[in-house]
Ligand binder design. Structure first.
Ligand SMILES: Cc1cc2nc3c(=O)[nH]c(=O)nc-3n(C[C@H](O)[C@H](O)[C@H](O)COP(=O)(O)OP(=O)(O)OC[C@H]3O[C@@H](n4cnc5c(N)ncnc54)[C@H](O)[C@@H]3O)c2cc1C
Length: 100
C-alpha cells in the first residue's frame, strides 16, 4: 500500500474544488472523507439557471476526468458552456457517485 494510505484526509464541501481534491487524493492513496452539509454541488445548484462563462474543458479537473473515465462517463463537449445545474448533474453528482 502507498505510504499515504495510513493517512485520512477530511475535505469540507462537495463542490468542484473539494471533489477534484478528493479525486487526486484517492490517486495518491489517501483515505478520503468528503463532508457536505447540503447536497453535492449545492453552490452551483443555487445559481443553476445561469450559464457559465467557462466551457467544459475549463470546468473539469484532470483527476476528476481520470476518475470518471474509469466509470463509463461520457465527457461533455469541451467547447460547450454548461449551466450551474448542468455542472452539478454532469460532473459533480457522477463524481460523488463513484464507488470510492
Ligand atoms: C452566478 C455564478 C456564476 C459562476 N460562473 C463561473 C464560471 O463560469 N466559471 C468558473 O470557473 N466559476 C464560476 N463561478 C464560481 C464558482 O462557482 C466557484 O469558483 C466554485 O463553485 C468554487 O468551488 P468550491 O468547490 O471551492 O466551492 P463551492 O462550489 O462553493 O462548494 C462548497 C461546498 O461546501 C459546502 N459547505 C460549505 N460549508 C460547509 C460546512 N461547514 N460543512 C460541510 N459542507 C460545507 C457547500 O454546501 C458546498 O457544496 C460562478 C459563481 C457564481 C455565483
Amino acid at each position: 500500500l502507498p505510504e499515504t494510505s495510513r493517512h485520512s484526509l477530511a475535505i469540507i464541501g462537495a463542490g468542484p474544488i473539494g471533489l477534484e481534491a478528493a479525486a487526486l487524493a484517492l490517486e495518491l492513496g489517501f483515505d478520503v472523507h468528503v463532508f457536505e452539509r447540503g447536497e453535492v454541488g449545492a453552490h452551483a445548484l443555487a445559481w443553476g439557471h445561469v450559464r457559465m462563462f467557462t466551457p467544459w474543458r475549463m470546468n473539469i479537473g484532470p483527476a476528476s476526468a481520470r476518475l470518471l473515465s474509469r466509470h463509463g462517463w461520457s465527457a461533455p463537449d469541451p467547447a460547450a458552456h454548461p449551466t450551474g445545474a448542468e455542472l452539478a448533474e454532469r460532473l459533480l453528482s457522477p463524481l460523488a457517485a463513484t464507488p470510492r
